[in-house]
Each structure stands twice: as C-alpha cells, then as structure tokens.
Design a binder for this molecule. Structure first.
Ligand SMILES: Nc1nc2c(ncn2[C@@H]2O[C@H](COP(=O)(O)OP(=O)(O)O)[C@@H](O)[C@H]2O)c(=O)[nH]1
Ligand SMILES: [Mg+2]
Ligand SMILES: [Zn+2]
Length: 342
C-alpha cells in the first residue's frame, strides 16, 4: 500500500528525513496491544514494540505511541524484532484524562493520555431518537476543537424523528459552519454521503454515544459487517455497551477510519481559550463586556448576560458553556499540580 493512502504527506516526510538516513522506515500505528503496536507500512502490516524509554515511569503518557501515530521504525534488525524509535510530530491529538494507577489517582494529578493522533475529520454521530440533545452536540464540538480535526455532524436515525425539519434548524443554529448530515444509516446506503469528506489518506474518527449507529455507518462504508452492531429495540433507546478495539481501519474507497476512540465521558481535555473558540457567539459578545476577564456571572455591564435577557443568546447554551468552563478550570488546576509534582 502506498504511504500516501495511509495519510503520509510532505510535512511528515520532512520530519522523517533524519530517521531515514539512520535506516528507519515510516509506519503508522493502527492498533495498540499491551506493550506492542500493530503498524501499517509500505510493505504491509507488522507488529513492533516501543523503545524501552517510552515505558519508563517518568515518561509522560503523552510521549508514548498512540493509534494514528506515524513512527520511525528501526529496520535491519532480525525478523520479528522491530522497534519503534520515535514518534513523528503530531498534527493533533484526541486525549483524555488518564485514569492511571490507583495510587496516582489519590494525588488527583491529571495526566494526559493520547487516544488518537493525527485525525483529520471527526464524525460526531448523534441519534435523532432519545439521544438527541443540543448540549451534547456542543460538548462534542468543544472536544473536537483544538484536536486538529474538522468536525462533521451526522444526525442518524432520521426515521425515528417525527420533526426533522425543526430539529435541523435547532442544530444549525448552534454549530456555526460545521456541516450537518441527516441520515438513516441502517436501512439505506445513506452512509456513503460521508465520502464527500474523505479523500485518499484522510483519517476519520467516529465520536458519539453508545447505540447511535457508529458501527453501522462504518460497516456501510466497508461494505461488510466488520464492526459489531448491537441490536437494540427502538423503544428502549439505548443499547448495551460493547467495547470495540480501537483501531484504524482502511476504507475501500480511500481513507482510514476509527470507531469510537473511547472517550467515555464527554469531557473536553482542553484549556479555556480553546473551549471559548468553540462558542464563537459567546466569544464575540464577551468582547463587549465591560471587564476583559468578565466571567459573565455577576459582573456589571455584561454583554453576554444582556444577550440572554434579550433572547439573543440561548440560556441553556450559556449554562452549558459555564459548566464546561468550570470543568476546564478544574483541569487546568490539576495539571498545574501535576507539573509541580514532577
Ligand atoms: N432506527 C434506526 N436504527 C438504526 C439506524 N442506524 C443504526 N441503527 C440501529 O442502532 C443500533 C445501534 O447501532 P450501532 O451501530 O451498534 O451503534 P454504535 O454503538 O454507535 O456503534 C443497532 O440496532 C442498529 O441497527 C437508523 O438509521 N435508524
Ligand atoms: Mg459500535
Ligand atoms: Zn460578561
């Protein structure tokens, strides 16, 4: 397989140059086992271990290979003993707060664990049944903001939505320029409409709650039933949680796709500025607040609160923003504590 079809590009080639002179070859991590990784190379699939230093207890989890990473692979060693020498610079990452060991948890220090690297397009799948929730859409958009990926929203199970027209209006009102695709993935071949966002070498990650149809969409794109689809009754709404292995699957029409990278809680691992950037309407209003650091709580002459009072800004949207900002501020504090301990 051509490296370009795996997402290789000029920027990567540049940063790989020095490794090439050292006899390394480029490879892309497509799944992660305990301490080994499965990689795509120009010559096919291969398993490799990471250099010992990457597992040292003082090595930040952030510096370990993750699914989606491009790495420099040491070649020339005897067969079956390939080693990952280095991770090439990432375009962006999806990460979560590491659960860490129990001992570590007690210290409440937050550590960033990369769960997917170099994602180009994040398909946020929302069920138009009971899953439908505007606030959740905002949370996913905040999560994607700063990840280096462009978001696309899929409103799936349109067959279970009696009022699609007005739902669509509600969604487009909160998502700005993010593309929104309504679809009925199960019964039609509508999943193929997402191909407009996928080119050769595009890396896609599917995000969304359990039971919204992520695996169904992937199977449609693949043309066969690779991902396990949970049978759930439409009446009950939610399905059981089946854990799928996190891996990058090559699509027949080009591109690579990852089922839910496993963000259990929809918690943006981000900073306040990145969060605010995913609420551009609030950001614009905040420029008109009297205080530059206005928190839009009790300050006088707050343009954001005024907008809520005059119905120019949705109260629930502001509430959701505030809640996420609170979480982000906590996280920033925990990160500080974590770096003091080092
Ligand atoms: N009614 C309806 N059900 C769907 C649609 N797409 C998927 N489903 C069903 O939703 C359930 C969960 O789908 P699945 O792909 O496993 O969801 P995942 O947890 O997000 O991977 C399955 O029973 C699917 O058949 C759709 O467009 N309409
Ligand atoms: Mg699934
Ligand atoms: Zn304000």
């Amino acid at each position: 397989m051509e490296l370009i079809q795996l997402g290789w590009n000029k920027t990567l080639e540049k940063s790989f140059k020095m490794y090439r002179t050292q006899g390394c070859e480029p490879a892309r991590v497509f799944s992660e086992k305990k301490k080994t990784y499965s990689l795509y190379t120009a010559d096919g699939e291969i398993d490799a271990a990471a250099r010992g230093i990457m597992w040292h207890k003082n090595t930040d989890k952030h510096d370990r290979p993750a699914v989606g990473d491009w790495v420099a692979l040491e070649t020339g060693k005897e067969e079956g003993n390939k080693i990952i020498r280095a991770i090439l610079p990432r375009k962006g990452v999806f990460s979560r707060k590491s659960t860490g060991s129990r001992k570590r948890l007690k210290t409440a220090a937050a550590e960033e664990q990369v769960i997917a690297a170099n994602v180009d397009v994040a398909l946020i799948v929302i069920g138009m049944d009971r899953d439908f929730n505007l606030r959740r859409i905002e949370r996913y958009l905040a999560l994607v903001q700063g990840s280096g990926a462009s978001p696309v929203i899929i409103l799936n199970k349109t067959d279970l939505c009696p009022d699609l027209g007005s739902r669509l209006k509600e969604v487009t009102a909160v998502v700005n320029d993010v593309p929104v695709i309504p679809m009925m993935a199960r019964d039609n071949k509508q999943a193929e409409t997402v191909y407009q966002f996928i080119g050769p070498g595009t890396t896609i990650a599917m995000l969304g709650s359990s039971g919204v149809g992520k695996s169904t969409i992937i199977n449609q794109l693949l043309g066969y039933g690779r991902q396990e689809v949970k049978e759930i009754s439409d009446r009950m709404g939610k399905g059981q949680h089946t854990t799928s292995r996190r891996e990058l699957i090559i699509l027949p029409g080009g591109g690579l796709i990852m089922d839910n990278p496993g963000m259990r809680e929809v918690q943006p691992w981000t900073d306040e500025d990145t969060l605010t950037a995913s609420f551009p309407d609030i950001e614009a209003l905040a420029m008109k607040c009297q205080f530059t650091n206005c928190q839009h709580e009790t300050e006088p002459h707050c343009a954001v609160k005024l907008a809520v009072e005059t119905d120019a800004l949705d109260r629930d949207r502001l509430e959701n923003y505030r809640r996420m900002r609170g979480e982000t501020q906590n996280l920033t504090q925990q990160r500080k504590e974590s770096s003091w301990k080092k």
